[in-house]
Design a protein around this ligand. Structure first.
Ligand SMILES: [Fe+2]
Length: 276
């Protein structure tokens, strides 16, 4: 079972570089023999400001060589408040969320994967709902608790737009890069009840891979562009690429293998501060 992970594609009709890299990833999905593709969010350049980008992204994702599961990102439906006294620009838009669901399907989901050795449960969460205080957030928590109860000892992989944290659950201060502090603790206590092997996220435009609390946390980099150091703190590796997750076939004690891949034709675009 081979799963292609793609994130932060930032598609828009005018974003020729992002569209070009998206076409390269499509070629790779077919060539690599992927069984499934999972998009970890920020599908659009910034639909929060230009809502028609959602329909554009859905139209060019329509012809894809594998089944495709999506999660929304902050640029698709808006963001969550990271914590007290931390500025953020684009609050969650329920209007965008409704449009997203119509075009891309559920914004949170489970997906069962059976290999010769194991049955895996994939849980895709909508990290943008955390700490929004909406009915949608309440419904998401009750669904998530049921999903974790349904794991029943199976190995679980979590898919999320935002990383849970950088290195430690109690790290401060809160930052828009991560799941906000209060829901982070609640989510971590839910994950403690299950065999959570893997937590895969997008959002950061960097590759970062480490084990924390018995779970492997991997930041999948953007397939569209990376940020220059003058624009963004360097934490992991700044690279443009995709992830390839393989399950089954004697993958060692964790039961999976993850590879960072820079497919042929994918350009290492870099976002810099324009100098005048
Ligand atoms: Fe994001």
């Amino acid at each position: 079972m081979r799963v292609l992970l793609v994130t932060d594609t930032h598609l828009a009709a005018e974003a020729a570089d992002a569209v070009s890299n998206w076409q390269s990833v499509r070629g790779f999905a077919a060539q690599a023999g992927a069984d499934l593709t999972i998009h970890l969010g920020d599908i659009t350049r910034d639909a929060w400001s230009a809502q028609n980008e959602l329909a554009f992204a859905a139209s060019i994702a329509a012809e894809w060589p594998t089944p495709l599961l999506f999660l929304p990102g902050n640029h698709d439906i808006g963001d969550n408040p990271p914590g007290p006294d931390v500025a953020y620009k684009q609050p969650l838009s329920l209007d965008h969320l409704g449009l997203y669901r119509g075009l891309f399907g559920p914004d949170y989901w489970t997906h069962e994967v059976t290999t010769e050795e194991q049955q895996w449960l994939f849980i895709g969460i909508n990290a943008q709902l955390f700490a929004t205080g909406t009915d949608e957030e309440t419904a998401h928590w009750s669904w998530l608790e049921s999903a974790c109860d349904g794991a029943r000892g199976r190995p679980v992989a979590i898919f999320s737009h935002k990383p849970l944290y950088q290195n430690a659950i109690d790290e401060e201060p809160p930052h828009i890069r991560y799941v906000p502090t209060a829901p982070r603790r609640r989510l971590a206590s839910l994950l403690d009840r299950i065999d959570c092997r893997l937590f895969l996220s997008g959002h950061t435009h960097q590759f970062y891979d480490r084990v924390s609390g018995g779970t492997r946390h991997i930041w999948v980099p953007s397939s569209a562009y990376r940020f220059a150091d003058e624009m963004q703190e360097k934490i992991g590796e700044k690279i443009v690429g995709v992830g390839l997750l393989e399950l089954g076939g004697n993958k060692g004690p964790q039961g999976f293998r993850f590879d960072l891949v820079c497919p042929q034709g994918l350009t290492q675009f870099e976002r810099t501060i324009e100098k005048h």
